[in-house]
Unconditional design. Structure first.
Length: 364
């Protein structure tokens, strides 16, 4: 029997058929008010051309060097995990993946749930080193077999090269699951951050219609500060809800100018669901966990994506970080919101893998 709200007589919140009221700008605008713990930070802005790619890559590398120094002090002992690099054949070349699996403890099963992770960097920057230390920590803490994918970057490799690389890595994971001490029956999740979240959403949708995955379906997808729809392809029905791209156009770390530059380097068609997964048919998607920043130009597309899935009856979990910009944790690892992010991520991972095993909603 359909559960309804006793007042409205409509499907109850969290139940199949529920449609949340369309939000207004006022409902979300407060999320852009800067966190008082933020300090001044320069941003890359102004008109950018392809010549700026080395600058963007260098800026990201410099920030990540400091972050890796922080995580280096938190790394578990090398005896507690196994790490290997593998070469994966792809169309017109090859890519590298790095696998991390926990060393089984006495009386522990030697097969673990599987997470395929796709790094961020606007499709033009970054590598598997970006989250390497963090993924080692998560693998040991949460007992996960993790595949970290080093897909090829734009503009040297234009769309859909990077996406196809990620999809090939997803298939490689299925074919080599035993080799990496993984068990798809315990959970098979794809996730990523920023552009990596865009790729994760795209491969999750693509896998729905691929016979290859008929017997090994994804059981979840994790989207951190996701990029989900090109601003030139906003659906008319939702333009009143997708306001953060303009509202946060001058946000630190990532504003409209830099995001436009990333899209220009990618060279994908804005209305292609592989570029804008928000536009795809979401029917049949596995549960989703999202982390969304309030001062992010892509804030509203993440919030809308979560709502659309929820209204289809797809289990979702959403954590929002008011007043902090896209990728804030790189620049401000010590603020309260960054510490909450770390705790929430672990809760989100537990929720998405726990749901696979029990079918119950887990509240960490």
């Amino acid at each position: 029997m359909l559960e309804t709200d006793p007042v409205t007589r409509l499907p109850a919140r969290g139940k199949v058929g529920y449609r949340s009221p369309s939000p207004t700008m006022a409902q979300y605008s407060h999320l852009s008010e800067p966190d008082p713990e933020l300090t001044s930070i320069a941003s890359i802005s102004g008109s950018l051309t392809k010549d700026a790619v080395p600058l963007v890559r260098r800026a990201l590398d410099d920030a990540l060097d400091k972050r890796l120094d922080l995580y280096k002090t938190l790394l578990p002992s090398e005896s507690t995990y196994n790490l290997e690099d593998h070469i994966v054949p792809v169309e017109d070349g090859e890519i590298r993946v790095r696998t991390i699996s926990p060393t089984p403890t006495p009386n522990e099963d030697s097969e673990f749930p599987v997470l395929v992770y796709l790094h961020g960097g606007g499709w033009v920057a970054g590598s598997i080193d970006m989250k390497d230390f963090e993924l080692r920590i998560l693998s040991v803490e949460l007992r996960l077999a993790i595949v970290n994918v080093d897909y090829r970057l734009a503009p040297e490799h234009r769309f859909p090269t990077g996406l196809n690389d990620c999809y090939a890595a997803l298939k490689w994971t299925v074919e080599n699951c035993a080799r990496i001490c993984g068990s798809l029956d315990k959970g098979f999740v794809v996730g990523g951050s920023s552009a990596g979240a865009n790729l994760a959403a795209a491969v999750a949708h693509r896998s729905l219609k691929d016979p290859f995955f008929e017997q090994c379906k994804l059981t979840g997808h994790i989207l951190q500060i996701p990029v989900l729809v090109h601003p030139a392809a906003y659906p008319l029905d939702y333009t009143s809800e997708l306001l953060s791209y303009e509202q946060n156009k001058n946000a630190p770390t990532l504003g409209k100018d830099l995001m436009d530059f990333y899209y220009a380097c990618l060279k994908g068609s804005p209305a292609d669901p592989d570029v804008s997964p928000l536009l795809a048919d979401h029917t049949g998607l596995p549960p989703a966990y999202l982390q969304v920043c309030g001062l992010d130009p892509m804030r509203d597309e993440g919030l809308l994506y979560e709502r659309l899935l929820r209204e289809l009856g797809i289990p979702t979990k959403l954590d929002i970080y008011p007043g902090v910009p896209h990728g804030f944790k790189i620049m401000f690892p010590g603020i309260t919101a960054a510490k909450k992010w770390e705790v929430d991520l672990r809760g989100g991972l537990k929720w998405i893998f726990f749901f696979q095993i029990t079918g119950l909603i887990f509240s960490p």
